[in-house]
Design a protein around this ligand. Structure first.
Ligand code: G3I
Length: 457
């Protein structure tokens, strides 16, 4: 989250930590149930996620807050909310210059009364524009968009943890291009202009780019968003996070390289959020995988499901959520809660500079490249390592770790593993010549990874 344009002297990290602990406190008093055989296992999604330094949230339709069955699940299980529709442009500014905050304010008040964090969704989007904006173009539209960003972010200042500043600005398919829209036609820089306006209006909110179909690391759309974020970070455009909507519905599936996508974005220096999760027919395995992938990436801050009960879903015919229409927990709920409870707590204390333990390893010559290890941050239970390759622009590097140590996250490369799980082959993925990984110590704090080979090509 380090960003030079952040208001000096104000730490959002502190506020986030406070808000999460406030939510934990509320949830703990509301739902402190001890599970048999696991005295410390949390019994709700939000409480368990918070123990791991994460949130577990849901999209909320404000008119459903009058439904007590809905609201009791919301208040019991979740510590973060996103307005499903009520903070979209057509909802907040139905006529130009006339802002209608009443419904959205109701959600924010409800969330605050329950200690829940609020994600603002969304300041600039090609869709759900009111008629007056849909018919605009050029500088008039650009100014109207920026005014909307400024007014709305100012109205909610201090109440929103993360803003989806721009939503869905890239095209699907193999082009890797920006989506054509009236906003895009105002000039390529409309996205960064929106981010700068949002930062100015609410310097303490984290600012996210949010999109769907950016879950598979190999997809052109994922790579295009990655390059935009990389470019923004290199030029100081104020971006703090990327939201992966992760709608695994309507024919889109959970990809096996999802963790690589999360860790690759994170390695750019942004947080990652899973913002609109739903999975066709709610298979326990895929839900469990998503949770495990998020927990494996330190910068994955939390998961939001796109609705509470199947009957609340925008895709209710696919029954993609964690509760059925009667509000009962589905098997996927149990899988998610168990995965959260099995996750390791976040690292505590400040990262320290690692003592050099043994010589950084270099591979035997002959592979056409050299891999140099740089030890990274060390926490109580894990440590980071980065490896820089010289002598080749495409390469594969074989890294071996000592069990019971285990690599839990990687970034900036495409990893594959041998059957033991102790030998990782990392291949270049076009994102540069340095890759990295996090290793869980699992009781062995002294061993360090060994480079076995570096092969060009
Ligand atoms: O409230 C009106 C109602 O008065 C009217 O009778 C009815 C008939 O058209 O429409 C109702 O509004 C609908 C609204 O949902 C509330 O149900 C809109 O037409 C409909 O377009 C809107 O759909 C929403 C969609 O975004 C478009 O904004 C979905 O609920 C919402 O789940 C969906 O959410 C999006 C995220 O914002 C971005 N990512 C994808 C995700 C799924 O499409």
């Amino acid at each position: 989250m380090a960003n030079s344009s952040r208001a000096p002297g104000r730490s959002r990290r502190v506020r986030t930590a406070f808000a999460v602990s406030a939510a934990v406190g509320l949830l703990a008093t509301a739902a402190a149930v001890v599970l048999p055989g696991s005295a410390s296992a949390a019994s709700t999604l939000g409480a368990s996620a918070a123990e791991r330094g994460r949130y577990f949230g849901t999209a909320v339709a404000v008119n459903r807050l009058n439904d007590s069955a809905y609201t009791s699940i919301l208040n019991r299980e979740f510590n973060q909310v996103t307005a499903e529709n009520e903070m979209k442009i057509d909802a907040l500014q139905p006529q130009q210059g006339q802002f209608n905050y009443g419904t959205a304010d109701r959600l924010v008040q409800h969330a605050r009364s329950q200690g829940m964090l609020v994600r603002g969704h969304t300041l600039a989007w090609h869709s759900q524009q009111p008629d007056w904006m849909r018919n605009m173009s050029g500088p008039t539209l650009r100014n109207a968009m920026l005014n909307h960003v400024t007014q709305v972010a100012t109205h909610f200042r201090g109440q929103i943890e993360w803003w989806d500043v721009v939503n869905e600005a890239f095209e699907d398919g193999s082009s890797g291009a920006r989506r054509d829209s009236n906003l895009q036609r105002t000039g390529d820089d409309w996205i960064e202009a929106a981010f700068r306006a949002a930062r100015q209006a609410d310097p303490n909110a984290d600012l996210c780019y949010n999109d769907y179909n950016i879950d598979n690391w190999n997809d052109a759309k994922t790579q295009a968003v990655y390059r935009m974020v990389q470019d923004f970070k290199s030029r100081g455009v104020p971006i703090d996070c990327v939201g992966l909507q992760s709608h695994f519905t309507g024919g889109s599936n959970y990809p096996s390289n999802y963790r690589t996508t999360l860790s690759s974005f994170a390695a750019l220096g942004v947080d990652v959020h899973i913002t609109e999760l739903d999975i066709r027919n709610a298979p326990s395995d895929a839900y469990r995988n998503v949770v495990n992938d998020c927990l494996a990436v330190a910068r994955c801050k939390g998961i939001t499901v796109w609705g509470i009960r199947d009957s609340d879903s925008w895709r209710s015919n696919e029954s993609p959520l964690l509760f059925n229409g009667s509000g009962q927990k589905k098997p996927a709920y149990d899988a998610v809660l168990a995965a959260l409870n099995n996750g390791t707590p976040p690292p505590t204390g400040d990262p320290t500079t690692p003592p050099p333990t043994g010589n950084p390893t270099t591979p035997p010559p002959g592979g056409g490249c050299t891999a140099t290890v740089t030890p990274g941050q060390v926490w109580g239970d894990r440590y980071n390592t980065s490896v820089t390759v010289s002598g080749a622009s495409t390469w594969s590097v074989v890294v071996e770790i000592t069990p019971p140590q285990r690599i839990s996250a990687t970034w900036s490369g495409n990893p594959t593993w041998d059957s033991s799980g102790n030998v990782m082959t990392m291949r270049s993925n076009g994102s540069g010549n340095t890759f990295g990984f996090t290793t869980m110590m699992n009781g062995n704090s002294s061993a360090r990874p060994q480079i076995r080979s570096c092969t060009a090509g």
